[in-house]
Ligand binder design. Structure first.
Ligand code: GBH
Length: 463
């Protein structure tokens, strides 16, 4: 039995990347160092010592990459700007050559009929700002707003959709609590301060963009909202554990950004870690700005339960010593994440019910699998990535069902357009629908790319 679902005629089909993961050219065109340059060059931080020095060399090959997007028929492309490329020190003068790079790239996209969706922060903080404390320092939020203002001024005629931050959860908890990401700190109190200052950065940036561009500008933020499932749905203790996980994982961002307050039970829950004294009077008013779209990145679910004997975590879980996360089970992706399309359905329908006037966009969804490139007999490389097609198809089916059931979902962006630097996993994990050969930098569309082009062309998905 197969099911075919049709998407609304106005649905936006896209794919996504991020600057540090694809650009390379780290010492070119006046770019300054970012925390990911420092981190990836620190032995032991990234698998196999991989760095973003060359990555996909998109800095030089972007014209070819736009051709690929054209062949796919993408409506839209989600990219991020490397802050240290356009403002090397994080404050102070702009680097004209860096700004010109993005101006040319955006013009190339617009000429190809592809609408750019621009993220201002996908984790590559200028190193100089880190030297002054990074996201633990409140000043970083103000620096970010000035950078956003510059970008709005410089690129505002080319960019309609702006995203302030990508996944502040990762920037705060992986950067400052687990240390898996740059800057590699392991201090739970720092992670909470970072989360607040990222929230503040978002609000101040939205204000700055609107001051520059007026109501023309479409402002958004992208969150990796977590779907936590109770191990025993009949257990009140497990349900309470889900709530605690949601507070630290989701509500710490949704609360101030969209509801106008940090939930009281969140503040209470983290009390042993932090007194929240970094929140100043009036901050929440600065953070809570109207946004026009909410970006959601979704990959998998987590199963949690109440833990009688608290265990202190060395991972990203802050103030969750009494919440146990089960190891993922069932078929897993190459990241070790479980595959649960219904999690996306639940997330989209519940978020849309909670914020009925806020359109949603799936700004990332996709999967790493161990692709096995082969020769097609005529010397061409082929990648039969059936598992990736199956993953994306089932998640698109979930998106279509959510829309049928009333969720206001406007678009979907596959992560990722092409294989790239997968953070702490380096080049060992491939998310692309286009293969990148890291010796030759050659791009080869995988079967999933051809399949996705057909989804876009027909505006429907069959599972
Ligand atoms: C996104 O992060 C990033 O925006 C993107 O740059 C990245 O390449 C892509 O996804 C793929 O990783 O840790 O077992 O509890 C997603 C990061 C993935 C972090 C899911 C939390 C929960 C699984 N998130 N993860 S687990």
């Amino acid at each position: 039995m197969t099911t075919t679902r049709t998407f609304p005629s106005t649905f936006t089909w896209g794919s996504a990347t991020a600057s540090y993961q694809i650009e390379g050219g780290v010492n070119e065109g006046g770019r300054g160092p970012s925390i990911w340059d420092t981190f990836s060059h620190t032995p032991g931080k990234v698998l196999d010592g991989d760095t973003g020095d060359v990555a996909d060399d998109h800095y030089h090959l972007w014209r070819e990459d736009i051709e690929l997007m054209k062949e796919l028929g993408l409506h839209s492309y989600r990219l991020s700007i490397a802050w240290p490329r356009v403002q090397p020190g994080g404050t102070g003068p702009l680097n004209e050559e860096g700004v010109a790079f993005y101006r040319d790239l955006l013009d190339g996209l617009l000429d190809a009929g592809i609408e750019p969706v621009v993220t201002l922060y996908h984790w590559d903080l200028p190193q100089e700002l880190q030297d002054a404390g990074g996201w633990v320092n409140r000043e970083t939020a103000y620096a970010f707003a000035e950078y956003a203002r510059h970008m709005a001024r410089e690129l505002g005629t080319r960019v309609k959709v702006w995203t302030t931050l990508n996944e502040p959860w990762c920037a705060a908890y992986l950067g400052y609590a687990s240390g898996e990401h740059a800057p590699g700190h392991t201090d739970d109190a720092e992670a909470l301060a970072a989360a607040h200052h990222l929230n503040l950065a978002h609000g101040l940036a939205v204000t700055a963009i609107r001051e520059e561009l007026g109501e023309e500008a479409v402002c958004s933020v992208t969150l990796n909202l977590h779907v936590y499932r109770p191990v025993d749905p009949g257990s009140p203790a497990d349900l309470a554990a889900v709530r605690r996980a949601e507070l630290v994982g989701n509500e710490i961002f949704l609360g101030p950004m969209l509801d106008g307050a940090y939930p009281a039970d969140l503040v209470e829950q983290v009390a042993a870690v932090s007194d929240f004294s970094f929140v100043q009077d009036g901050d929440v008013e600065l953070i809570r700005q109207r946004i026009d779209l909410l970006g959601i990145n979704y990959y998998s679910t987590s199963y949690v339960r109440h833990r009688e004997e608290p265990v202190s975590s060395t991972g990203p879980a802050v103030a969750l010593d009494d919440v146990e996360s089960l190891p993922p089970s069932g078929p897993l992706t190459h990241m070790g994440w479980n595959i649960e399309p219904d999690g996306l359905y639940d997330l989209l329908t519940s978020t849309s019910r909670r914020y009925p006037d806020l359109p949603l966009v799936v700004t990332e969804n996709g999967a790493a699998f161990e692709d096995e490139p082969a020769e097609d007999g005529q010397g061409r490389i082929v990648v039969h990535d059936e598992q990736r097609i199956d993953y994306i198809a089932r998640h698109l089916d979930a998106v279509a069902r959510a829309i049928e059931d009333g969720a206001d979902v406007r678009g979907y962006f596959v992560w990722s357009l092409m294989d790239n630097f997968e953070w702490a996993w380096g080049y060992s994990r491939r998310f692309g629908i286009v293969r990148v050969d890291y010796d030759t930098l050659e791009r080869t569309p995988k079967d999933s790319a051809r399949w996705y082009a057909e989804v876009i062309r027909t505006n429907e998905v069959t599972t």
